[in-house]
Design a protein around this ligand. Structure first.
Ligand code: NAI
Length: 303
């Protein structure tokens, strides 16, 4: 069996004042990880703030014999996030793990959505994760150790009615994660994403109570614990919910290539079933693979 270990590790968990973030923080603390419990303490839509959410979770960890400090930084505020990372290093000596979990929801059909609601959701999920990651990146590179988790969503991978802003943000995190994996590889920085399904204040109005009762946060956090452990995987989007675990992967169809002179919309239309055929699909592990495939076939058609 794979060991799930943490040797003297310190984690920053954003949005850890409640819901999944709190559960992640408690699960990591239980395994001896020292925790910076970050939370702005606002409402689901991101309005308001309060220090008590983060403080209560830090207290709960300490009362159970763990080590934690509370932090109320807004993840979109670069200065405050940098101060949080500085405080974590002053207090614990290093930061090994970053769990980008903070998030907000402003659901509306796209027709009714104000661009401010679109921008705010992207700001918290995408810019918040980028700002927090940037604040630990140089430190992790120097120490040649880092474990980072993004929080994605099925909406980002597959779409969900009323969540154009949220879907765009969550898909953005997948591309961010996959690129960081490549750039962090030689520094032993592993980057993954979690795609959770859980009963929290974010989902309490979306599903009936009997379904919510099956969607505990604790089992989701066990998946997160593995994504950031010493022997963590890399560039995986782990789906976790109701005790189930799966991975979201990106495949590309084999497609077709046409010789010069045959590259017309009519030929694209005529070959549509071949273009979208799932025969010989390949999992893409970096952007360059696509260009390589297309150029190789273009060269073969020329010769
Ligand atoms: P939640 O609302 O309980 O947790 C989000 C936390 O982030 C809150 O405690 C909130 O105060 C904090 N937060 C929001 N904006 C912040 C900011 N600017 N700076 C610092 N903290 C901030 O909801 P939940 O469900 O626990 O969500 C956690 C993450 O999981 C989010 O990224 C969410 O999008 C994602 N997610 C949740 C799903 C679910 O089924 N619950 C499904 C897919 C994704």
């Amino acid at each position: 069996m794979n060991e799930v270990e943490f040797k003297d590790r310190v984690a920053i968990v954003t949005g850890a004042g409640g819901g999944l973030g709190k559960s992640h923080a408690l699960a990591l603390a239980k395994r001896g990880v020292k925790i910076v419990v970050n939370d702005l303490g606002g409402a689901v839509d991101g309005s308001g703030s309060s220090a008590t959410m983060a403080e209560n979770v830090a207290k709960e960890i300490k009362d159970a014999g763990g080590d934690a400090i509370a932090n109320g930084a807004n993840v979109t505020n670069q200065e405050d996030v940098e101060a949080m990372v500085g405080e974590a290093i002053d207090h614990f000596g290093h930061v090994d793990i970053l769990v980008n979990n903070a998030g907000i929801l402003r659901d509306k059909s796209f027709a009714k959505m104000a661009m401010d609601d679109f921008r705010s959701v992207l700001d918290v999920h995408v810019m918040g994760s980028a700002i927090c990651t940037k604040a630990v990146w140089a430190h992790m590179r120097e120490r040649e150790y880092g474990r980072i988790a993004m929080t994605s969503s099925s909406s980002g991978m597959y779409g969900n009615f009323g969540q154009s802003n949220y879907g765009a943000a969550k898909a953005g995190l997948s591309g961010f994660m996959r690129t960081l994996c490549l750039e962090g590889a030689k520094y032993n920085i592993k980057v993954n994403a979690l795609s959770p399904v859980a009963a929290t204040r974010m989902t309490e109005d979306l599903m009936p109570p009997e379904i919510l009762a099956m969607l505990d946060v604790e089992s989701v956090s066990q998946g997160l614990v593995y994504l950031v452990c010493d022997d963590a995987p890399n560039r995986t989007i782990l789906v976790a919910g109701a005790g189930g675990y799966a991975a979201t992967k990106v495949f590309e169809t084999d497609g077709v290539s046409f010789a010069p002179g045959e590259q017309t919309a009519e030929n694209v239309a005529a070959n549509w079933s071949k273009i979208i055929s799932e025969d010989n699909m390949v999992e893409m592990t970096q952007g360059g693979m696509q260009g390589e495939k297309l150029l190789k076939r273009a060269a073969a058609l020329k010769s």
